[in-house]
Design a protein around this ligand. Structure first.
Ligand code: C2O
Ligand code: CU
Ligand code: CU
Length: 541
């Protein structure tokens, strides 16, 4: 599909930018024509990277031929085996390394991966057993590993300035608003200790390096971490090879098949930020599921459980199945960020913002054998309207059901909240540069925007500017109380750790700060916003 008008704008933008340098988070001068709505500009690389008006961000156009959809089987990330287990603890080891991977035909893409693979190996923890993951960093840059959705002591939570320096390497000096002193540096490797004192849920781990989370996750630093428990195991839900994690991301590729990310500093050494036009977020034109472009899964005509994770930097998906099963309700949601819901919720479509997880059951017995069912994305454009395909291959005996009662969820009562806080997610000044803020404040390691007491219940109200901001809290899970003063949305059930806060929207959540005292962050999970300072500390006291 060609869009002559946009190409013209992209070219014009490219020309007007010639010699003007870049902006991203580092230049206040020069009009920002990439701001929506209406304006659109090419990046500093001219027409190669084309903006697209979108409330999520701007599209980076691949410079290589896009792969054809539905040519490759869905990969399932390997499950990591512990190197050692004892009465209380399972020990794992991962090496973060650069490794070539076949992602698009005819090219080897250099991935920054956990054990060199993307997605990283899946870790499976048992609720109540401690998991220790030793992360060795053989990448050229520092890292910080965050277990998203984990209730983790602060020193193991992947605070953005708790860095693991490369083996034999050092921490590059910061620049701009990145000139922050690391809170801690471990050399070469770090043991992350996760008490796993939490219910069964689909968690994920990813990089969280200060100012460079966006590009480092984009290069491949993300994997699943599942927590299992007896309550969930006792349910007759789809299991084994019918319980499948699906990590959905969008990426773009350069002429050599390498990930194409519009960093101001492609070496990710010291200068954070993205090129002009991409501040709203970086969108790719290739959809990868478990690291493969538009893959195909052959399924039996039975129920499957899919653990959907949107690990994209900025893209929001609205997933659909086509054809729809007759009678609709293609997706039966059984879980969210924080594990099983109380009761299943039926949806024709599921909307996922970056960082969110939805556990859904799809019943392929509702389709005749031979049906090819496309999972689409009704928020996409061009090729990103497709995600993957399920081919219903054969009949099989059904061994699972979805019980009408899934789990017990304690309702937090907003009327019992001891404190009410308000946070606005808005554009703003970041040390003299344009960036993103919380309540007008750019992230600073010494600035603390909230001091909730351990075990207290609070109501937090979030307000978004004219663009979406998926709000994520470390440590504390929450329940959605309202949206725009009315009842929560269709995807807000159960325990959440990431809220799909839409443009110009408000929402209230009720949250209890349990587990650990210490300093944690909350931030926008649009990774470009996060890297450009839309993050804040809270101290649990
Ligand atoms: Cu998934 Cu602080 O992030
Ligand atoms: Cu998190
Ligand atoms: Cu945001």
């Amino acid at each position: 599909m060609t869009r002559p008008r946009r190409q013209f704008l992209a070219l014009a933008g490219g020309l007007s930018l010639a010699g003007a340098g870049f902006s991203g988070c580092s230049d206040n001068s020069g009009g920002r024509s990439g701001t929506r709505p209406g304006g659109s500009t090419g990046s500093g690389s001219g027409s190669q990277e084309e903006d697209e008006d979108n409330e999520m961000g701007a599209l980076v156009k691949s410079r290589t031929a896009l792969p054809r959809p539905f040519q490759v089987p869905l990969p399932i990330p390997p499950v990591l085996r512990p190197v050692r287990t004892d009465g209380t603890t399972d020990h794992y080891e991962l090496t973060q390394q650069v490794k070539g991977s076949r992602i698009i035909p005819g090219h080897t893409t250099m991935v920054w991966g956990y054990n060199g693979v993307f997605p990283g190996p899946t870790i499976e923890s048992r609720s109540g057993r401690t998991t220790v993951v030793r992360h060795r960093n053989t990448l050229p840059r520092p890292v910080s590993v965050h277990l998203h959705g984990g209730r983790t002591p602060a020193e193991h939570d992947g605070y953005p300035l708790d860095l693991v320096a490369p083996v034999g390497g050092s921490i590059p000096r910061g620049h701009g608003h990145a000139a922050m002193t690391p809170t801690s540096v471990t050399q070469g490797q770090k043991d992350y200790v996760y008490p796993m004192d939490q219910r069964a849920a689909t968690l994920w781990y990813h990089d969280h390096r200060m100012d460079f989370t966006g590009p480092q996750v984009y290069k491949g630093l993300a994997g699943f971490h599942l927590v299992r428990d007896d309550v969930e195991d006792a349910l007759p839900l789809p299991k084994g090879d019918k319980d499948i994690p699906l990590m959905i991301v969008d990426r773009s590729f350069d002429e050599d098949g390498q990930f194409l990310y519009p960093s101001l500093d492609p070496k990710l050494a010291s200068r954070p930020g993205v090129k002009q036009g991409f501040m709203d977020g970086v969108l790719g034109d290739v959809v990868l599921v478990n690291g493969a472009p538009w893959p195909v899964l052959e399924v039996e005509a039975t129920r499957y459980r899919f653990r959907l994770l949107n690990a994209s930097n900025a893209r929001i998906y609205r997933l659909t199945l086509s054809p729809q099963p007759s009678g609709g309700d293609a997706f039966v949601q059984i879980g969210g960020d924080g594990g099983l819901l109380e009761a299943p919720v039926r949806h024709d479509q599921v909307e996922l913002a970056p960082g969110e997880r939805y556990d859904v059951v799809v019943d392929f017995s509702r389709y005749p054998v031979g049906t090819k069912v496309t999972m689409g994305n009704s928020l996409g454009t061009g090729e990103t309207v497709r995600v993957m395909r399920f081919d219903v291959a054969r009949k099989a005996r059904e061994e699972s059901t979805v019980p009408s009662r899934l789990s017990r969820i304690e309702r937090l009562d907003p009327a019992k909240a001891v404190t009410r806080r308000r946070f606005e997610f808005v554009r703003g000044d970041v040390g003299g540069m344009r960036g993103w803020t919380v309540n007008g404040e750019a992230f600073h390691p010494d600035k603390v925007l909230a001091r909730p007491k351990l075990n207290s219940v609070e109501v937090w109200e979030f307000r978004a500017s004219a663009i979406s901001h998926p709000v994520h809290l470390h440590l504390a899970h929450f329940q959605v109380v309202s949206r725009r003063g009315r009842r929560p949305g269709p995807y807000d059930s159960g325990w959440k750790d990431t809220l799909n806060l839409k443009q110009s929207d408000t929402a209230e959540v009720v949250v209890r700060f349990t587990g650990y005292r210490g300093r944690f962050v909350f931030h926008c999970h649009n990774l470009e916003h996060e890297d450009m300072a839309m993050m804040a500390n809270f101290d649990v006291v």
